[in-house]
Ligand binder design. Structure first.
Ligand SMILES: NC(=O)C1=CN([C@@H]2O[C@H](COP(=O)(O)OP(=O)(O)OC[C@H]3O[C@@H](n4cnc5c(N)ncnc54)[C@H](O)[C@@H]3O)[C@@H](O)[C@H]2O)C=CC1
Ligand SMILES: O=C(O)C(=O)Cc1ccc(O)cc1
Length: 735
């Protein structure tokens, strides 16, 4: 290979130890650069050449430095200033100078002391990968693969060289993230520096005592796990603590306070406090591990595509209870956390995003025990009893968690930042921020109406909220906001009728009256209670539809709890001939009990624009009902729906056409001519609701239908396979 083939040209590593050597070998093995090594220990350089880590030993002289494309500082951090001084006379602006040091502020200061400013070609970095070993012989070319590398550019950094730095880390397998220098030093002080300090101190404290022999002899897994990093290089770590003094002192003080609280708890035999800390810590760690499982050491793991194949001509028969509604599961955790006392919550579904809401409350001091599958014990702290979290609240990609948490956070006495990931960062949160502002809270975000956001609490008299959309999430946010009003609050929802939000809040003692479609909420605490969540409504309607499509079906679901919308939907299905029984209204405001369903021939129907809006969540299922109905159905006003609902229906229109159902979409109206679908292959674009509708569409098709991209469906409805198997419906999952 010629030098020209090597993408990164000449790369000099200064400090050819474990990290410098690993980086050099990772580039060299991939043929990406010609590697030069510099080290004050000549032995390391000789070993570097003989073990194939570098191509050439080098020195900091004009001859070598001037021909470098990249120079990487990989010495302990406090040695970097003298290296930078040595480099200064020979450096050209086109050479990228970077580093791998564990602290960043101290290295920026060193550059500034040498040059008087930070030249644009100095762009620092830090691989979040390593080991307790040191020296060039510990080099591992795979060390950085699937790990994060942090880069900390400054405003004057040369953009071309910054791009090159990203490419360098990506080339050795890292996932690159950009961070502000100060933020880096604070985060790493807690995540890396403090644990090393604790490990060193623990071993030192125990090793010198009179029982030290036995302590090491009988060291169980815990001691080993906890102290592995105390074998790390002492020079490197002395340098880290001298270089990152302020941030490490801050995190050490915080930790010392917590340790002293723990000492008090032990002294006073305060089991509840200990239990609180241990459950919170365990769940926090388990939660992070679960999130990390989706990544492998920093890089998002590819989610294996899942498809579901449906064989026609099955029936569904049997009796079952469905797990609780996902959205209700988020809500009940929130309400129970804000109640006074301990609530037992049963039939809760912790799949999908629900754990994000749960974790946020745990991070703010709420003890939530997982008693058994589907059973939580929530030790509520009262409306204003949350504790300030030590880090920003992260709702990841869960919109449901965000809409519940924001008004609750605005009602606390501490300021807090809320961060998110993925699509949530791109969506406007104007309507939600407006609720918080009306509560008197101050909302600041870098991009108007977008996350991340910083909230400072406030208080407003006479809270009056009038909602302009029918979103159930916004409705719940408004009702939660009303709980924090010092005087009676008024909430006017967009759609009338009782929804699960009010029913659930009333169960926990919310003082609410309804007067001409306006909810009047009086200031009062929420009180813990025991609840059993009713079965997921979308899944229930889906099973009702399946039973009606499949001749010979006979189905009973025994834990329905329908709100006014689901009730209206089942009434609509009944009116077009569906074989379905509807439970009665009980004192809670829900239609509770058994839902029975069997086969029937459905008739074509017309849905007004208003009904399309009312049933917007369930529209995919109604389109499938139309596909199997006699005659023509007309679903109106789709162009008046929020865009994501319209997009979902357009995807289903494609699927209907693909399976030979006669369908037209004009001026926002959908015309579907009932018939018998043929077989084929469909794609639900990762949408779980669409996937269920497609399975129903495939139920009585002429031949098999394969539906691709069903991973989300299995995450959200992880009993799908169990439920269909139990009911005798043939659908098989394949990766
Ligand atoms: N060890 C780890 O897991 C990680 C370390 N880092 C950072 O990487 C850097 C290097 O750490 P390791 O490779 O673990 O240490 P190491 O001890 O294996 O290597 C450091 C090398 O620098 C050389 N050196 C020291 N002073 C020098 C000078 N003035 N001129 C030339 N060479 C000099 C030493 O002889 C040694 O070969 C440190 O800044 C550390 O903070 C970053 C991520 C992980
Ligand atoms: O060995 C381990 O577990 C580490 O923590 C490695 C490590 C040490 C220092 C860093 O700046 C980054 C990573």
């Amino acid at each position: 290979m010629t030098v020209e083939d090597k993408k990164f040209g000449n790369v000099m590593i200064i400090g050819l130890g474990m990290i410098g050597g690993s980086f050099a070998k990772a580039l060299k093995d991939r043929g990406l650069a010609t590697l030069y090594g510099v080290d004050r220990r000549e032995g390391e350089l000789a070993l570097g050449v003989s073990t194939g880590v570098i191509d050439f030993p080098a020195e900091i002289t004009a001859e070598y430095v001037s021909k470098m494309d990249v120079i990487v500082l990989a010495t302990p951090v406090r040695a970097m200033e003298s290296v930078i001084s040595d480099l200064q006379p020979f450096l050209s602006k086109r050479t990228l100078v970077t580093d791998v040091g564990s602290t960043k502020g101290s290295v920026v200061d060193a550059v500034r002391r040498v040059f008087g400013f930070v030249p644009g070609n100095f762009i620092l970095g830090h691989p979040i990968a390593g080991a307790e070993k040191s020296g060039v012989l510990a080099s591992n070319p795979l060390l950085f693969e699937k790990h994060m590398a942090i880069v900390t550019p400054l405003p004057d950094s040369n953009p071309v060289l910054l791009d090159k730095l990203h490419h360098l880390w990506r080339a050795v397998g890292s996932d690159v993230v950009s961070m502000d220098v100060e933020h880096h030093d604070h985060v790493l002080a807690s995540s890396s520096h403090l644990p090393h300090l604790l490990a060193y101190t623990l071993v030192d404290a125990l090793a010198n005592g009179e029982r030290s022999q036995d302590i090491f002899k009988f060291a169980a897994g815990g001691f080993r796990d906890f102290t592995r990093i105390a074998s790390s290089d002492p020079v490197m770590w002395r340098d880290v603590f001298m270089a990152n003094k302020e941030a490490t002192l801050a995190t050490l003080d915080h930790f010392t306070d917590r340790l002293s609280d723990m000492r008090t708890a032990i002294e006073e035999g305060d089991g509840a406090s200990m239990f609180g800390v241990f459950t919170r810590a365990k769940s926090a760690r388990d939660h992070f591990l679960r999130l990390l499982e989706q990544r492998t050491g920093g890089v998002v793991k590819e989610v294996r595509p899942v498809s579901i194949s449906v064989l026609p001509a099955s029936v569904i028969k049997g009796e079952l209870s469905l797990l609780g509604d996902k959205s209700l599961s988020h809500k009940v955790i929130t309400i129970a956390a804000l109640s006074e006392g301990t609530s037992e919550v049963r039939n809760i579904d912790l799949a999908g995003d629900v754990r994000i809401t749960m974790q946020a409350f745990r991070d703010m001091g709420v003890v939530i025990e997982e008693v058994a599958e589907g059973h939580l014990r929530v030790h509520g702290v009262g409306l204003r009893g949350l504790k300030a979290p030590i880090a920003p609240v992260n709702v990841h990609e869960s919109r449901e968690s965000l809409y519940l948490l924001l008004p609750v956070l605005a009602g606390q006495s501490f300021p807090v930042s809320v961060i998110a990931e993925g699509v949530l960062l791109k969506q406007s949160m104007g309507e939600l921020f407006s609720v918080v502002r009306q509560m008197g809270g101050e909302v600041t975000s870098e991009v108007t109406d977008c996350l991340p956001v910083h909230l400072s609490p406030g208080e407003s008299e006479n809270l009056t909220l009038r909602l302009n959309t029918g979103s159930e999430q916004l409705r719940m946010a408004a009702l939660l906001a009303s709980l924090y009003s010092p005087t009676q609050a008024k909430v006017t929802p967009f759609l009338s009728g009782l929804s699960h939000c009010e029913v659930l809040l009333r169960q926990f003692g919310m003082q609410m009256s309804l007067d001409e479609s306006v909810f009047h909420v009086s200031p009062a605490p929420l009180l813990a209670t025991d609840v059993v969540l009713s079965g997921d409504e979308y899944e229930m309607v889906w099973l009702v539809l399946l039973a009606n499509i499949l001749p010979g079906s006979d189905l009973i679901m025994d834990n329905a709890g329908l709100d006014s919308v689901s009730y209206a939907l089942l009434c609509l299905l009944q009116s077009i001939g569906a074989n379905v029984s509807i439970p009665h209204l009980d004192e809670s405001g829900l239609y509770k009990g058994d839902v029975k369903a069997g086969f029937a021939e459905l008739n074509g129907f017309t849905l007004s624009a208003q009904q399309s809006y009312q049933f917007r969540e369930e529209l995919p299922l109604l389109c499938v009902a139309a596909a199997y109905a006699r005659g023509e159905s007309r679903i109106q006003g789709l162009n008046g729906l929020p865009y994501y609902h319209e997009d979902r229906i357009l995807a289903l229109v494609d699927a209907l056409g693909h399976l030979n159902i006669d369908v037209t979409y004009e001026h926002g109206d959908l015309l579907i001519q009932g018939g018998v679908p043929c077989g084929g292959e469909l794609d639900c674009a990762g949408d779980d609701k669409l996937a269920l509708a497609m399975i129903a569409l495939a139920a009585r098709s002429q031949s098999a239908v394969k539906i691709n991209d069903c991973q989300k469906l299995l995450q959200e409805f992880n009993e799908l396979e169990g439920v269909t198997l139990q009911l005798g419906f043939h659908c098989s999952v394949a990766q």
